[in-house]
Design a protein around this ligand. Structure first.
Ligand code: ATP
Ligand code: MG
Length: 440
């Protein structure tokens, strides 16, 4: 026997019994984004490596250690996207989308060669939002309100919000000096990575996940002390917006984010139910990135949510993925007619989820399959029923005798029964015709 090929470590299949949950999450997000006026942007999974180096930053975990980069057969240096913002900015510049404000979103897989562990995978999925051309704290607030709305839609009431301001480029340069001086005076307490970062990108030291470094980081000088008038006002306006909206938040001065392009507002939504990888949504402003990538200066702000972490928090209990009805067909003529009847019913009841048995078999074995499918109802078609233009209807998830229902009554009766069971099938408009369902 040839040996089996397995999926790559840290990259996971999403199996059918879990995909209903993913669809539920994605549908809710699409609905939310649509209601707030955001439009989807789809970009390729592969970009030139240079794009990520120039945006995320050369001295970041992502670019230094985590990117899947390779030379293609023509020798071009390419990378699987580790995040979505850089691609959105590239596309927005390339297609001239920045003439007016844009509210955009994207959804899809991202790739980072991290050490696989709970909440950290090598292929993971994000839904992200990017807004271009709006510079005030009002749009920062809109993003946070929108995410809070999303948590409500998902029934997540246990997330906390942390915010910070990273200042603008000038303020950060001032802070960088303060921080470098502080870290240099404690260089004996820095780990290898942080020592290197001290000379290349000292702010990154604050993002260290090394427990031994946390006290040193906690005692570091504060960036908020270096903020000028305009940045301070932006931040306090955002804070008072959050206060008015009744959103509790914590100002976390060590929140710097793992990517270089952020400035001013940064925020994270964190769950304490996920272990070490608790951040489910992270974002902030990146007013300098568009011009850094060759576009005309354009303010920007966005966030990305990690879907694997959100999925872990959602209660799968109420998400039902079985069909509404399962059509059992016994007898030669009934078996031939069943797919046609099923199709007619689906046409009449556009929301009906109907599984039509294929492959024949005894009544008993088909009924067992109907039950196992998770279906609410079994519809039974035998040659005798077919001759009377009717089916047997048997509830599977609650008590009830099998009864006979005429084809033409199904579009009224089925939705009613399913609605009683909490299924979403809608009533149909037209009644069933008798022609066309008999196999000649
Ligand atoms: P973290 O500090 O958790 O590593 P990050 O700063 O690298 O996060 P971002 O690049 O801002 O994260 O990504 C936004 C969100 O995407 C994260 O908050 C998280 O929910 C999710 N995410 C990031 N990396 C991974 C990963 N390797 N596996 C699963 N989800 C991830
Ligand atoms: Mg990371």
């Amino acid at each position: 026997m040839p040996n089996k090929i397995q999926a790559i470590r840290g990259m996971h299949d999403i199996l059918p019994e879990r995909s209903a949950l993913w669809q539920h999450l994605e549908e809710k997000a699409r609905n939310l984004l649509d209601r707030y006026g955001y439009r989807e942007l789809r970009t390729p999974l592969v970009e030139v490596t240079e794009l990520f180096k120039r945006s995320i930053g050369e001295v970041t975990d992502i670019v230094e250690k985590e990117m899947y980069s390779f030379a293609d057969r023509g020798g071009d240096k390419l990378a699987l996207r580790p995040e979505g913002t850089a691609s959105c900015v590239r596309a927005a510049i390339e297609h001239g989308l920045l003439e007016q404000p844009q509210r955009l979103w994207y959804c899809g897989p991202m790739f980072r060669r991290e050490r696989p562990q709970r909440g950290r995978y090598r292929q993971f999925h994000q839904i992200g939002v990017e807004v271009f051309g709006l510079e005030g704290p009002d749009i920062d607030l809109e993003l946070i309100l929108m995410t809070r709305q999303f948590w409500r839609m998902l029934g997540l009431d246990n997330l906390r919000l942390e915010i910070n301001s990273l200042g603008d480029a000038h303020e950060r340069a001032l802070y960088r000096d303060d921080l470098s001086a502080y870290l240099s005076s404690h260089s004996e307490r820095l780990d290898g990575d942080s020592l290197k970062r001290l000379s290349t990108n000292p702010l990154r030291v604050l993002d260290s996940k090394n427990p031994a470094m946390q006290q040193l980081i906690a005692d570091a000088p504060s960036l908020l002390d270096c903020l000028g008038e305009a940045t301070r006002t932006h931040f306090t306006n955002l804070c008072s917006g959050l206060d008015s909206a009744g959103i509790p938040y914590q100002i976390n001065q060590r929140l710097v984010r793992g990517l270089d392009y952020y400035n001013r507002t940064v925020f994270e939504w964190i769950s304490d139910d996920l272990g070490a990888q608790g951040t489910v949504c992270a974002g902030g402003r990146y007013d300098g990135l568009v011009s850094q990538l060759g576009g005309r200066p354009t303010p920007a702000v966005g966030f990305a949510m990690g879907l694997e972490r959100l999925i872990e928090l959602i209660d799968p209990g109420h998400i039902d993925s079985g069909p509404d009805a399962y059509l059992v067909a016994v007898g030669e003529r009934a078996q031939a007619a069943a797919p046609l009847l099923a199709d007619r019913l689906r046409e009449q009841m556009p929301k009906l989820r109907l599984l039509c048995h294929c492959g024949g078999g005894s009544f008993k074995s088909q009924f067992k399959k109907a039950d196992r499918s998770g279906s609410q109802i079994a519809l039974v078609l035998g040659d005798a029923e077919l001759d009377q233009n009717s089916v047997g209807l048997k509830p599977l998830r609650h008590d009830g005798e099998q009864r006979t229902v005429a084809f033409e009554a199904l579009h009224e009766i089925l939705p009613r029964i399913l609605a009683e069971r909490g299924s979403e099938t809608s009533a149909s408009e037209s009644s069933i015709g008798e022609a066309g369902i008999r196999a000649e």
